[in-house]
Design a protein around this ligand. Sequence first.
Ligand code: TEU
Ligand code: CA
Length: 540
Amino acid sequence: MSFKEKVIYQIYPKSFLDTNHDGVGDLLGIKQKIPYLKRLGVDMIWISPIYPSPQNDNGYDVANYTAINPMFGTMSDFENLMKTAKEHGIEVMLDMVFNHVSTDHEWFQKALAGEKKYQDYFILREEPTDWVSKFGGNAWAPFGETGKYYLHLFDKTQADLNWRNPEVREELYEVLRFWMDKGVKGFRFDVINLIGKDEVLKDCSENDGKPAYTDRPINHDYIHGMNQETFGNDDEIITVGEMSFTTVGECILYTKPERKELNMTFNFHHLKVDYQDGKKWTQMPFDFAKLKELFHTWGTQMSEENGWNALFWNNHDQPRALNRFIDVDNYRVAGAKMLAGAIHLNRGTPYIYMGEEIGMLDPDFDTMEQYVDIESLNAYQELLVEGKTKQEAFEIVKRKSRDNSRTPIQWDSGEYSGFSKGTPWIGLGKSANEINVAKELQEGSIFSYYQQLIKLRKEYPVIAEGSYEAFLPDHPQLYGYIRRLDGHSLLVLNNFFPQETTIEVPEEFAAGQVLIDNYSTEVVGKELTLKPYQSLAIYR
Ligand code: TEU
Ligand code: CA
């Protein structure tokens, strides 16, 4: 089965299931829930970082790439999990954070201690540039007592690696080989379009300096080289690159098969349509026209030039899409299915973020003290400095914090929602009694809608392989597209609003068959009135 037919499920291990009741999710927790994931029908699980780490950025600050953080268990727990997953026909994708290491990593420690070899593993300069760190403040910090500065595009405890040094590249290839030997069949590469830095680094006042270090031409060489030295030899391996601040043109280059770089890319443009003036820490209703324009541009160009998208609404860095795009007080269930339909029938490989399959919501925290995420805590301070009141700053953090998606999975309505018997490392969502897996499996309909969507992708080649074209791109409420393959076509209609809307059905679909629908349309005619958040697909 090609990666085009597969569906991948993301697990944030800290918050999935805690089996030793220390308040933190663990590998044996994932193992225990493999049958649940099998029941959902996913092909692969992507697990966010499980390596030793001081956890300043919840594991995206890696201190050792080839070991397991004791907080999550042992290497033998990992092997156990791999075995159970394999038995259920589920593959494992690991998160490779290769742009930077934790300053606790021995490479950085040896560099600090004066070892020349390791100093060359990092990006050290006499003079810092004006680039702004993605977590706030200048992107350079003093390198010990040397008078030099090291680059950290993220937190100052996440030092950027020097990919220009071939020894660094070889070390990272070894990491991939290590996990491939353990049977890992997928790699998600964290901010992989930032690894290729120029030799001479220049000031750049535009967009906090991003254009100066993002998608540099040499990035493609590094990714291609890594492909050739490691996973490129194994057809079963699936790779996805997380692309920060990128363009569709670059993502086509990263994913065109003949270039042998990556299978697919994540981009975030569609998740910035509720950013005022492009700034995250603001509040604004989402801009539907912009969302649609992005989907159509990416969908069409990727389709025409044979690139491949990773499709997603949620991940561990995003507030829950339901809270952003849907009137959840009135239409949580219909809205959850509509969002699912919009991407699962699309051209690309769909990702489900844990909890999405039961329609989980943001936790609805009441105070700043409940937040843990480093980015959120820094942003709160910056908002205060900008002159916002504590209440105003809190309201923004509440809408935008990455912690919104990082709270424990709500398994049942028991204490700590069945996640743990100990106090969880981060608070639970307020909706845990109403929205949880046990209840969903008993009486809900979102989970089964995901099951259907996953099955359809495997049964209908037009969903997995078909081309993409926009349908009624200027319609004020509809996000529609047509997929085509070998004489078959699929029309997908999604009403993004809580109001009904009537559309004209093109001739060719008027007598088509409804493959899936979150309401129950019996016959398609010349006209179709879409109910609030209705989503359906017509096949012929
Ligand atoms: O995220 C990349 C990234 O650019 C994020 O800063 C993203 O823009 C932000 O979270 C949105 O608010 C990756 C990981 O997914 C994230 O968890 C890490 O913190 C980051 O890289 C550093 O490794
Ligand atoms: Ca635990």
